[in-house]
Design a protein around this ligand. Structure first.
Ligand code: KMH
Ligand code: ZN
Length: 270
């Protein structure tokens, strides 16, 4: 099996300090949190941005500050979000791609997201994918529901995304595909051969989904964006403990963990 890529999703768009006091908000805090995650073994950091009041923003200059500070501190692959927060316009969401990060998320369809709807019609997906091509950014195709894989295959057939594709299965969002072994196996079997994949289980599903990825030869996303608890009733004291546990788990199961350079090779990044 190839080495395990651990992605740390360090901040997200939905959480507040009321959910966890360990949530980073300023560019400096986000970068420090990314550094700790990298030192714990993450080779990809999935980034969101917050405005000075802690609200989610896709502001290019805020992302620039975050990305610069992360790069000063560690060599991890920087992956910006183009999902942003539910309700943002396509223009808002696309801004960080102009910074030419190595990767950006690309959600492959519209999905219920709790009480809201995360809107990603074909026109938006095509626009985002083409912008990523122009700026030399590798998409991580976010799959929240089973039908999204067909959308991704359509994007590839039309030439908007280029193989080998990299998928992230985000399982357990209320209103979307539940986090179960059967669902994960179905998705793994459905993506084009030669693709790479990771899984991000939401809440209590983070640990079992990461463990399953280790065993199946996929990759794992952990971090506060998806889960604020270390175990039931006990908040994770930041992202690093969640990364450390994933790394420990992989080593116990005989799977080595990729350094950033190795993750770049696995993902086909220059
Ligand atoms: N905040 C969610 C609505 C992504 O980063 O691309 C979307 C999200 C996915 O977090
Ligand atoms: Zn995200």
């Amino acid at each position: 099996m190839e080495k395990l890529i651990v992605t740390a999703a360090v901040v997200g768009a939905e959480l507040t300090r009321e959910d966890t006091p360990h949530l980073p908000l300023t560019p400096g805090e986000i970068a420090e949190e990314a550094r700790r995650a990298c030192e714990a073994g993450a080779s990809v950091v999935h980034l969101h941005a917050r405005d000075p009041d802690g609200r989610p923003t896709q502001d290019r200059d805020t992302y620039r500050k975050i990305v610069e500070r992360v790069r000063e501190r560690c060599n991890a692959i920087v992956q910006v979000s183009t999902g942003g927060a539910v309700g943002m316009t396509a223009e808002e969401r696309l801004q960080p791609v102009e910074l030419r990060p190595e990767m950006a998320s690309l959600t492959a369809g519209t999905v219920n997201f709790g009480d809201e709807v995360f809107f990603n019609p074909r026109e938006l997906m095509v626009r985002f994918a083409e912008a990523m091509k122009v700026h030399g950014v590798k998409p991580e195709i976010e799959i929240f529901d089973a039908g999204m894989v067909a959308n991704a295959i359509w994007l590839e057939r039309k030439g908007h995304v280029v193989a080998p594709l990299h998928f992230d299965f985000v399982l357990g969002v209320p209103g979307a595909l539940p986090a179960s072994l059967k669902n994960l196996l179905h998705l793994v079997e459905t993506i084009p051969s030669g693709s790479t994949w990771s899984v991000a289980g939401i809440g209590p599903h983070q640990l079992p989904m990461a463990a399953t990825a280790v065993l199946l030869g996929g990759h794992a996303r952990v971090g506060l964006e998806d889960n604020v608890y270390y175990r039931k009733g006990e908040l994770a004291r930041g992202n690093a403990p969640l990364v450390e546990r994933g790394v420990r788990l992989a080593r116990e199961l005989g799977r080595e963990v990729a350094e950033p350079a190795e993750a770049r090779a696995i993902l086909g990044l220059d």
